[in-house]
Design a protein around this ligand. Structure first.
Ligand code: NDP
Length: 295
């Protein structure tokens, strides 16, 4: 029985953070500029607060300045827009991210539209997404999680050109941009979603599968072509009596089965997760370099 190569996202992310850290230091030394990331958090969802804390901590480790605005859940949309416009014009800020989801009374589209495309390090501004979708256009930023998936494929020398890829999930933040990125890399891409009939038949044709669904262990052995490369974006809690927390994290792919069929696979945790923040740091550095014309 074969066993898949484990794609070590944690190790790759560490390497990228070291690369970013060295570049941040070189930039500071050369022109005295320190890249800065501004995070806007609205409300007090525990998960969002944790993400924001981790992003700020990661900035600190590589020498990127971080700024945070934390607004109460009952803030007005206008207050959020005001924070964004302050950061848009702040020369110490090179990247702005609005932690999603926003409270239901706010219009996400208005808010994301307000972020300067020059500082849109999450890549969620419709102009950046639109450019990602168009031929011969270059987005200034690409969303971090899908970018991290492609970076893993590159660093593990997985051929994308001419291959069949299937993305499971079509969300604005993961599935859709992942499919666009694979297409830009000359894969032939299919997207599977909740209305797809016989999803396993489609995914079984894929040389590369990116799963971003939010359903624990949905992708089973019979969904996977022998030798396929599997990137598992899912982060799902399942009950686990042996864990002191009472739960453990699993992906959208049934790892125990998939690792016997796939040629390479990302684990959960330790696969795509750490790459997302590494890409955010990398995007923030790239933004500061572009704004200051530093190479
Ligand atoms: P969303 O809930 O926004 O989107 C889920 C997508 O999966 C939708 O397109 C939905 O289809 C599709 N889907 C749901 N159920 C099925 C099904 N049974 N069969 C086929 N398709 C289905 O989730 P996100 O894209 O935001 O996140 C996906 C997963 O990735 C989550 O587990 C999340 O925690 C994780 N994640 C991990 C990150 C990381 O850093 N590693 C970052 C972001 C997310 P439809 O469009 O038809 O509703």
């Amino acid at each position: 029985e074969g066993c898949a190569t484990v794609i070590d996202g944690k190790a790759v992310a560490k390497k990228i953070r070291e690369e970013v850290s060295a570049e941040v230091a070189r930039m500071k030394e050369a022109i005295g500029v320190v890249p800065g990331l501004a995070v806007i958090l609205v409300g007090d969802r525990t998960e969002s607060a944790t993400y924001v804390r981790n992003k700020k901590k990661a900035c600190g480790h590589v020498g990127i300045n971080s700024f945070e605005v934390h607004l109460p859940a009952d803030s007005t949309e206008e207050e959020v827009l005001n924070s964004i416009s302050g950061f848009n014009t702040d020369p110490n800020v090179h990247g702005i991210l609005v932690q999603l989801p926003l409270p239901p009374h706010m219009n996400e589209q208005n808010v994301l539209n307000a972020v300067s495309i020059e500082k849109d390090v999450d890549g969620f501004h419709p102009l950046n997404i639109g450019r990602l979708a168009m031929r011969n256009r270059e987005p200034l930023f690409v969303p971090c999680t899908p970018k991290g998936c492609i970076e893993l494929l590159h660093r593990y020398r997985v051929d994308i050109k001419g291959k069949r890829a299937v993305v499971i999930g079509r969300s604005n933040i993961v599935g859709m941009p992942a499919a666009l990125l694979l297409q830009r890399e000359d894969a032939t891409v299919s997207i599977v979603h909740s209305r797809t009939s016989n999803p396993e038949e489609i995914t079984r044709q894929a040389d590369i599968i990116i799963a971003a669904v939010g359903q624990a262990n949905m992708v089973r052995a019979n969904w996977i072509k022998p030798g396929a490369v599997v990137i598992d974006v899912g982060i799902n809690r399942v009950e686990d009596e042996e864990s002191p927390r009472g739960y453990k994290l699993v992906g959208d792919v049934c790892y125990e089965e998939a690792c016997k069929v796939a040629s390479a696979i990302t684990p959960v945790p330790g696969g795509v997760g750490p790459m997302t923040i590494a890409m955010l740091l990398s995007n923030t550095l790239a933004s500061a370099k572009r704004i200051h014309n530093f190479h």
